[in-house]
Design a protein around this ligand. Sequence first.
Ligand code: GAP
Length: 436
Amino acid sequence: MDKKDNLMEKIISLCKRRGFIFQSSEIYGGLSNTWDYGPFGVELKNNVKSAWWKANVYERDDILGMDAAILMHPKVWQASGHVKNFYDLKSDCKSCKKRFKAQDLKDKNKCPECGGQLTESRPFNLMLETRYGPVEDEASLIYLRPETAQGMFVNFLNILDSRHPKLPFGLAQIGKAFRNEVTPGNFTFRTREFEQMEIEYFVQPGEADKKLEEWIDYRFNWYLNLGIKKENLRKRPHTKDELAHYAQACTDIEYNFPFGWSELEGVANRTDFDLKQHALACGKDLQYFDDATKERFYPYIIEPSGGVDRSVLAFLVDAYSEEKVKDDIRVVLKLQKDLAPTKVAVLPLLKNRPEIVNLAKKIGKDLKKSFITAYDDTAGIGKLYRRQDEVGTLYCVTVDVQSLEDKQVTVRDRDTMLQDRISIDSLKEYLFKKFY
Ligand code: GAP
């Protein structure tokens, strides 16, 4: 096993051991490539989504939020081109019955697993189907959305009529998407159920190229601002033959995962393809009216589309560090402060001294009103620190015998392990200064 595989194994193991990510339905043998987020995982995931919403909706004047339904009218997916174009070419092995993506095969005839003969490659639509309503007929067949984007395009008119935004403006949405991937894998990197964070940014057609470049930079910097190391992030423009059926140009923001450079987010120029397609299919005028020039036209759309699960995985990989401390290895998740699931932990030095435990609990209860705070007294202090380091807790507040006398506590910094002695009265203020 090389160093990078080893890192992935360590992260998967940490995720299970500490309650970030579990195999779905594990007690039944697990549903392959499907994952559940545990107590720390859900906090990290929510923090990633909040950071995205803050940077793209709250800190800008030109983006409005949305939350469209997962289930949409089946005509949406005909108009969008997904019924016709959203497929992978796959080949099946006649011997071991495994299925492969044709583009991944070096030899188009020979199974890479067992050497058996492969079938001719055939298109395989990636949309997951389900039935809508109690009657199982052709009319009840609908799809689980393969991208959140369409929920924003079909509401374009509603947004114009209710909010009257002026170009350029965007819609932002976070939500689940589903794809019947031929080859899921690499932990949470490629799954059949996942979450997207998407922006559809409507612009004057002549401005599209410039806005595309601006968005690529804006989104790239978002990852850097949240702590991703610069050397692990890059931009990769798509070649023409890689472009999705709706895109004129696209640049991927890639992360250097242990399994290689892979896409975190795509920033695409979708042109006026989607609005025109929907206008044609539904018979409604989906053009934008420019008050100043009195022109009606279809805006172009710049789309930064990222994955929540992939971002969470990248933040975990990037934050994972091992440090030699004396004869031991200290595992620390050096998550940026906005992302860390727990901000503060209060730890009594001696769990068999009720006065210390009570004081620690009281301090913890008070801090909870301002910071996500944990309390733990189930082990010795060394072990308690290591546990908090492994889940990325930024500050550990230790209550000791001396605290009963001098009304002070020790605050330990996760990254430096340096300790400050702080009076209980000014603890909150001290922590506020660290966080804000
Ligand atoms: N609306 C455009 C769109 O969906 P995409 O490149 O197919 O574009 C956007 O997907 C993002 O969604 C990807 O960059 C990735 O982060 C995430 N994503 C796509 N498929 C995924 C999968 N099977 N598992 C996890 N994340 C996925």
